[in-house]
Design a protein around this ligand. Structure first.
Ligand SMILES: [Zn+2]
Length: 143
């Protein structure tokens, strides 16, 4: 499940970086096997190579609201490469293939590289009732 505006962000971000690869973190939630992506985050210190993209996970606060990573394939062949499967993080991997026109340019895979069906959902963002707070949780074991 992918929100329409998320789809648009991935496609326009991919276009922006073409002919290099672009990479985005996907935020959302996963409930009974369904992953819902409701936002994208541009990773800090991203490296945009011509055959790969990478970034330092160390720069990113550990946050369970990240469900995966999206990146673009300027070749237009939206199939995960060996390299992609080695570096996959999260629950899903989204690959956008050039020319990044619409959802048919987008493919979603499991971390094992199996293609997943997805639907694009129109509409407004679901209100987020719990904001991630890095302060909470740190003291849980300190009794
Ligand atoms: Zn790739």
């Amino acid at each position: 499940m992918l929100r329409k505006d998320v789809l648009d962000s991935i496609l326009s971000y991919s276009k922006m970086f073409h002919p290099k690869e672009g990479i985005l973190l996907l935020r959302g939630k996963s409930k009974s096997g369904v992953v819902e992506v409701d936002g994208v985050v541009i990773p800090p210190n991203a490296i945009h190579g011509s055959g790969f993209s990478a970034f330092g996970w160390g720069m990113i606060p550990i946050d369970l609201s990240y469900v995966g990573v999206a990146h673009s394939h300027p070749s237009g062949y939206a199939v995960p490469s060996q390299e992609d499967l080695l570096h996959v993080t999260g629950k899903i991997m989204v690959i956008a293939g050039a020319p990044y026109e619409d959802e048919s340019c987008l493919k979603i895979y499991t971390v094992h590289g199996e293609p997943l069906k997805f639907e694009v959902k129109e509409g407004r963002p679901t209100p987020s009732h719990e904001e991630f707070d890095p302060e909470v949780g740190g003291d849980e074991l300190g009794f």
